[in-house]
Write a protein that binds this ligand. Sequence first.
Ligand SMILES: [Zn+2]
Length: 150
Amino acid sequence: MGIAEDWSDLMFDLSCLSKQVAKRRFKKSIKYGWGGLCAYCRCNRATTVDHIKPKSKGGDSLRSNLLPACIECNHSKGSEPWLVWFKQQLFYNETAQELIEEWISNKRFIEEELDDKSPYHRTTLCTHKSTIRSHSNEQACTGKNGLAAA
Ligand SMILES: [Zn+2]
């Protein structure tokens, strides 16, 4: 499973997951998505979740607008556009910028999904079923008919 886009995506099992638990799990999944580190400076532990586009400027609370951040980065960034702020920081580097942009555009998440599932789980299950069903049954039939006719 990838990382939920919205905390309510985790409320698939209403009997087990309360709103509170779903929200907590959602925040955890965002922090875990960055190895527990602040996505900006990548040296402090992420103890907060930062709105990339601030709420005050209409930013939503979806995964693609949230980044794990340490308190220092979160406070220092304030409501500035993230990239403007980020480029002024000593810890700025292009790779980090790329990673954040991929996170925002959902790219990293989609690529990981494909890597995980397509070669193993889905396709092997499908081909297994179809070879058992179509090949062995059909061949058994034509085989018998062939013998009977001969
Ligand atoms: Zn930081």
